[in-house]
Structures are given as structure tokens and as C-alpha cells.
Write a protein that binds this ligand. Sequence first.
Ligand SMILES: [Zn+2]
Length: 302
Amino acid sequence: MYTTEEQALIRLDIFHWLEMTRDQHAGITKESLLNDYHFLGKHIPLLDRYKGIHNPQLFSETLSVVSTLNSKYEDNETLEGMILYDYQATGDGYGNTKLRLAHQRHTPIVYLLETSKGFYWPYVNVIVLGDDVVTKKFVLDFRNTDDSDRVFDESINSFPVSEIQKKYALQQTKRRVHQPAFRSRVIKAYSEQCAICRLQHTNLLDAAHILPDSHELGRPVVSNGLALCKIHHAAYDKKIIGITPDYKVQVSSPILKEIDGPMLKHGIQEMHGVALHLPQAKSDYPNPGFLEIQYASFLETV
Ligand SMILES: [Zn+2]
């Protein structure tokens, strides 16, 4: 067993490794989680092949928990954007003991969400906020999972005050929970390519919403998404580019007449009329009804 300081150091290194690796391919394969992580030459698997709660021997507290596509554990999401994670029901309950310790010691863990078969999005720095012995569930808190506002202190207890702040925090949490999984699913569905220009640099790709978050139908599902590179995402949102319900790219007519540098010429104007690069699975195709709503508003803007 490592000392507490060593454990903290390794845990942080694992978080960094997971963030780096997941961003390269919008997620991580099971094999990679099992085989690819090493600390000073020592191999450490990052999930348990057989159990939902992973407790490597060298850690005093749980390292990761898993939510699989066909998980027998029923994970529930609360209104506050927290996840309720069921106690491990089988075996000696050892997994629960170490997860309980993570709760008591505020030790952050990893939540591995299976976004497609054998493919995971890791959320790092998840806090075990509660332990409900009555319903036999742990409360997992995702508010610190962003890189931008990572905190390891007690600020998780300082709840926001006003109603507006509460609503905002709730929105942010929901976004934090749903956005990465949505991005991972969409980019995977499009084989890690921009649907317009086929750019294959995953770290330059976004999962664009067809109908925005704010729209009542704007849910984070693949059929409401498009894998787009940064420039085409922005061009789609700004209505410089439209997509017809039969999957053709259209560039707005004023933009087609403009004269500018190579980005406008090759990156935008030459995309006019090309067929959208579609996902492999038909069930992942963009919903034509959603495209139609957005295309109508593109035509209005032109
Ligand atoms: Zn593109």
C-alpha cells in the first residue's frame, strides 16, 4: 500500500492521463482503460473487469465506478444533476466500504460512463457527496468535473445563495453531466470526422446541437447532433451554413459572393452543395424534422 501522499499523487496523475487520452478520441476503450496506464513503470488498471466499483489494492479508497449500457445497477439522476449510484449488491460488500471511505475523506473518484459498447467517457474528480443507507445509494457530485474550476477544497459545501444562482448552478451541473457523453456519442457516431469537411482531428471536433439546449426538443441525443469541426460548428450556429433535411450543405448567398482568403474559399464556399458525411448507423442520422426547423431559420437569415 502506498502512503496517503503517494496515493493522492497517483490519483491526480490518473485524472490527467484520462483527460488527455479521452480528448484524443472523444472517449476511451475498455482495453485501454485496462491496459494502458502506468505510473513509474507500474501497470494500474483503471476499471474492474467484473465489478462496477473498482478498488485497486494500492488505494485505500475507491478509484473508479462504472455505469455500463446494460448495467444491472440502476443509476439515477437527481434533479440537481447528481447521480445516485447503487451500493454494490453482491460479494462481500468490500467495494462499498472503500467508496464509503472516499465519501468520508472527500477523495475524488472517476466515473466511467459507457457511451457505446466497450467505449467510455471518464468523468474525473467526481465527489462522493452522500451515502444514503436507507435507499442504499451513494450520491455522486459532478460539479467539480470541469478542468476550468477544479477544486479539491471544502467549497463543495458552500451552496449558492440566490434563486438565480441556484438555477444557474443546476444548469451548469446538468450541462457538465450530459455534454461530455453527448460529445463522445456524436463524434464516435460520425467516425471522428467533421460531417461537412471530414476533418479527422478529434480535438478540433465538436458535437453541435441541431436544435439548441434552449429548444424544447433540443435534447442531447445523437439524432439531434452533428460532428462538426470548430469552424463549421460556428458557421452552422451563425447561419453562414445551413443543412437541408435531405443532408445537403448550403452556404448563404451573400457569403458565396464574398471574396476573402483561403479559409472562406476552400473552407466554406467550396462546401456549398456537398453531401453531408453521415453516421454509420442509420439510427444515428440527424433527425430531418430537426434539420428542417433549423434550415427554415437559416433561410430567414439569408
Ligand atoms: Zn469541418
